[in-house]
Design a protein around this ligand. Sequence first.
Ligand SMILES: Cc1ncc(COP(=O)(O)O)c(C=O)c1O
Length: 457
Amino acid sequence: METFKKLESEVRSYVRSFPAVFKTAKGSKLYDEHGNEYIDFFAGAGTLNYGHNNPVVSKALIKYLKEDGLVHGLDIATTAKREFIESFNDTILEPRHMEYKFQFCGPTGTDAVETALKLARMVKGRSNVIAFTNAFHGMTMGSMSATANQFYREESFINRTDVTFVPFDSYFGDEVDTAGYLRQLLEDKSSGLDLPAAIIMETVQAEGGVNVASKRWLKEIEKLCREYDILLIVDDIQVGNGRTGSFFSFEDAGISPDIITLSKSIGGGLPLSVVLMKSELDQWKPGQHSGTFRGNNLAFIAASNLLKSYWEDDNLSREIYNKEELIRDRLKVISKEYNSLDMDIRGRGLIYGLQISEPNICRDISAEAFSQGLVIELSGADSDVIKFLPPLVIEEEILEEGLDIVEEAIYKVYNRKEFINQILNHDQVYHRESINQELEQKDTINQRLNQRESIRS
Ligand SMILES: Cc1ncc(COP(=O)(O)O)c(C=O)c1O
């Protein structure tokens, strides 16, 4: 660890939550350099849906490299890219009756978001974009403008404009219709809202605290887009690629986004970012949006093999829903057991959040879980949500094992806190008693002094 502490920037973050030097990984397990084993409930923040070193990926990559397949090629045509486009079209888009064109941008998620925002603004000739409270879209300037968390938006990083934030579904609880609020803003010519080029949304706000939008709300947002000539961008970077059970997270809401951003797990752990756009939006001039790493041939190979292995039937989806039940049932038991902690459970598919409002308790639970061999992270602006994000292919026994560790960690942290509270209460009682004794003593002294005074006089 010394090398990292001494030479790597203070900005490093996950290494602080998971202080081990990892060496190998397979499926849903990681191993550190001393051979300690960890179950992975984090999956590279949603990048390892198919697990670490999935043999489908490793075998295909080794073969491709042995045959001297092209690794880098800017955006020239390659067999690997063609294979990816065709397999995505045949396996994912056509069976869902979806017609989209592909744009390959820089390699990470934020590049896809930047591209989507730029395209929407160019097509509509409007600068404003609507984003939602608790949204997370990435760390480059355009994406960060649409990211809500103040920690990332630090004022000194420059002034971020051209985004209007409005409340996400259930932001004020179930009683307030936030889509209705947005409708009112759009209808009212004096609301002060500039007509946006696009609305950008996550269907489940993963980084924002695992906030799940209802189908009704998603449909209503789409309806507003159609009525007011606004483009709908769904950022499916973290909760697409099967995370919620279906390949895209918006499928069961029955909406049809104009632009979809995909990254993280699409490349099976290798950097790849894709923007899907309806063909009438493809108004780019050749080379108008470019970059050196547009389309990663190794990731194309990984992706096309994964699509063929996992998405030609609905076995993976069914598996995800079964495992979802395991997580949800266990979280229900836990929240009942610790009802004084007033936990909230939310999620879809294999992304679940357990919110515990008591300050710092989630951080302690994650640290305790890590010491017992489980990697699990937090989300939400106050880090008050434990985020369950295992690889989709995790074996049920390993999932159960991980849940056991979470339960044990909560038990330990809760009891430690209770114990400390008891000591504090005891100390307070003790403290109060000693103060009372002191006061009594003072009273007696005063009484005696008074008596003496009166005798003297
Ligand atoms: C919904 C969403 N959009 C965009 C991003 C940014 O992706 P990247 O970190 O690869 O730039 C993330 C990353 O967590 C994300 O969850």
